[in-house]
Design a protein around this ligand. Sequence first.
Ligand code: CP
Ligand code: NVA
Length: 312
Amino acid sequence: APGHTKRDLLSLHNLTIAEFSALLDLAEDVKQHPESFRGLLAGRTLALIFEKPSLRTRVTFEVGMVQLGGHPIYLAPADIALGKREAVKDVARNLARWVDAVTVRTFAHHILEEMAAEANIPIINALSDLLHPLQAMADLLTLRELKGGLRGLRLAYVGDGNNVANALAQAAAKTGMHLTIASPRGYEPAASVFMQARADALPSGAQISVVQEPADAVTGADAVYTDVWTSMGQELEARDRQKRFAGYQVNAVLMALARPDAVFMHCLPAHRGDEVTDEVLDGPRSVVLEQAENRLHVAKAVLLALMGYPRN
Ligand code: CP
Ligand code: NVA
């Protein structure tokens, strides 16, 4: 309706510090008291456009929507051929006539921005080449639960400065958690996102930095995070990346540099034996399944927040 201002979730940069922490609070509430939220999205429909594969993101949004009483519609890459069978703006304008929100997993981030501009319903970033906001939210919820708070905590990210690293930098900036990213030269986080995150971090006190040596990031860290060396869409670079990232594996030797109570994190899927050893991924410090579980609670919180709960 005219005058109605809808919200999207494309980038954590667009949330205030208060909004970010309120979303984590809501996710925690949803996790502790799922029954209080049952049915709140009855009659609502969510479309899920995926241009890349997914286990966690697809399942958590579909399950989350069902638990809230709504209905998800999964649209596989071949179903709508976004931008090929039909222009992005036409897909967005049509969906806005039928459904209440759309989650989109795509390549170029600007496709999400175009959909958000064309559709007067919430558009949710389910991963782009640039950002993965739902993942970073679930990760910070996990750390907040395990460590009792985020301010002053030290997170080390080892490996590719990719969509997950970018989103973690944005999330750290909103919470006062420190983040050191260790990446080989040429594979650092996106300069635009990184500079923006450092500016966003001024009020929260988060220190966000990039180094090259994994040991420099991990020494004394409260948590050690890694992700695949080759992200979806970069398959042609896989051989080259395998060489460039050879010294960036998270293994028992590297983990020993972190604090004795440090946890290991990974957004998954993992390429076992590349960026992380089986020993670390399956070891007692690994919290990867807590992260994966929290994707569900965060998805439900985002759906509730964007589709009108609490009503105001
Ligand atoms: N972590 C994550 O987004 O997993 P999927 O690619 O399986 O959705
Ligand atoms: N960086 C990875 C994350 C997958 C959840 C990718 O984009 O493939």
